[in-house]
Design a protein around this ligand. Sequence first.
Ligand SMILES: C[S@@+](CC[C@H](N)C(=O)[O-])C[C@H]1O[C@@H](n2cnc3c(N)ncnc32)[C@H](O)[C@@H]1O
Length: 285
Amino acid sequence: MWRGWRDVLGRLGFETAALDAKLLTGHALGLDALALATREQEQVSDEQAANVAELLQRRMTGESVARILGEKEFYGLPFWLNVATLEPRPDTELLVDLAIEALPQGGRLLDLGTGTGCIPIAVLANRADAEGIATDIALDAMTMARENAERNGVQGRLEFALGNWFEALDLGYSGRDGGEGFDLITSNPPYIASDVVETLDPEVRAFDPRLALDGGPDGLGPYRIIAAGAARHLKPGGQVLVEIGYDQGESVSALFAEHGLTEILVHKDLNGLDRVISAHHLKDE
Ligand SMILES: C[S@@+](CC[C@H](N)C(=O)[O-])C[C@H]1O[C@@H](n2cnc3c(N)ncnc32)[C@H](O)[C@@H]1O
């Protein structure tokens, strides 16, 4: 039956019509790819057909397959999604690569605006010696991140703090920075200017939480806060890594420099676009 839906999606211009139809049909029927292929001739009940149609109709309104399935793979690991979380993007894997490399042995990480928890969970899953804290201002995102930490087996090494950027750390976490500061701060904050959010693809605007996208009038609001607070929360020699929009390399570098961070580098993604900024806190404050 997925072939019929593939044709419908194809006629509507969905580039991944076949894959989308297979994944959603399989999900609605509780069949994996192999079962879907081998049981193609079997009759489905009216109820099953209605379940398939419901998911495909959601896809037709522009909702992504990952949102409909409620999960997305990132850095080779599975993450649940909910309405409060952004879908982890492949672009963000560069930040995770750099974080895994940057953390010293036994290092402590702070991830600001964690969403699904994809950044710290992927880092800790690859660094069994490290631990960290993840923050978000959205309670539902934090709940999802906790479940994802358990799903990926890092719950014993990742703590959560709800609140506004660094202020979350004052609101009753157990002090896992040991009072000395963190070795690494990571963040993929909202970085789209408010008026640009209005012009995004309907798919993004309708289904991604605005809190995860809107970086204020010039898109730099969260970077100002992170740049201003980084040195205070980093150990001497500690590093901050932030994801940026392709045209924000210069302005975000300038913010970090303004706040005394050094060795500021802009890292390009596989498409050759500016994607991550790293900066160091070299001296004691
Ligand atoms: C672009 S999303 C990134 C989510 C996740 N880190 C990722 O890479 O997929 C930004 C996240 O920042 C959170 N956020 C927005 N405003 C915040 C604030 N004032 N304090 C803390 N987190 C905030 C949002 O809820 C969202 O989860």
